[in-house]
Design a protein around this ligand. Structure first.
Ligand code: FE
Length: 186
């Protein structure tokens, strides 16, 4: 039996569900994730973190609970759902763990960085409340000690920046070789 290549699964997902609106932001889900990946590339990030940026919200598509339900007040834990799903496709931890932690990273940054909360979009402020609000001090300390915390925080900043309706960035196919190499190397 031939199995669909993981990157083909992702290509189809971006093509089919990528056009969905992104939680009330002025960009689609696919535009949002492609912009996050372009930010990562522009920053000279390693390939795994570029892939994490590109794929960070797949949990809105693949988890048991949708992004629409998140906006209706149920935490869809899309970081965890996306990370587990990507691990199942064969991506290494350097991709899956920043994805897993990118929601926690927002809660962390709101707790430790003055002015961060004020810069969040309206939708992001709303989902923050559903996701547990800013971390407490002990929570933030525990988070920061984690192996992938720094990558998750970096990814989070690109996530916040990737909501520009006027941006023009490379398409999904552009990242195909990078994704194939990451899956093959694990
Ligand atoms: Fe996002």
């Amino acid at each position: 039996m031939t199995q669909t290549h993981p990157v083909d699964v992702l290509t189809r997902l971006f093509a089919e569900q990528g056009g969905n609106e992104y939680l009330g932001e002025p960009v689609t889900q696919a535009e949002h994730m492609l912009q996050a990946a372009a930010c990562a590339r522009a920053a000279g990030a390693p390939d795994a973190l570029v892939a994490a940026a590109l794929l960070h919200d797949v949990g809105h598509f693949t988890g048991p609970i949708s992004g629409a339900e998140l906006m209706a007040g149920t935490d869809n834990r899309h970081g965890h759902a996306g990370a587990d799903w990507l691990a199942g496709l064969g991506f290494p931890e350097a991709v899956t763990e920043p994805v897993r932690l990118h929601v926690a990273a927002k809660r962390y940054l709101c707790a430790v960085e003055p002015g961060y909360f004020e810069r969040l979009s309206e939708a992001s402020v709303y989902t923050l409340s559903v996701q547990g609000g800013p971390m407490s001090e002990p929570e933030a300390e525990r988070f920061a000690a984690g192996r992938y915390a720094a990558d998750a925080v970096t990814l989070r900043r690109w996530d916040e920046a990737a909501k520009d309706p006027a941006a023009t960035v490379p398409d999904f196919a552009h990242y195909r070789p990078l994704l194939e190499a990451l899956v093959a190397a694990r």
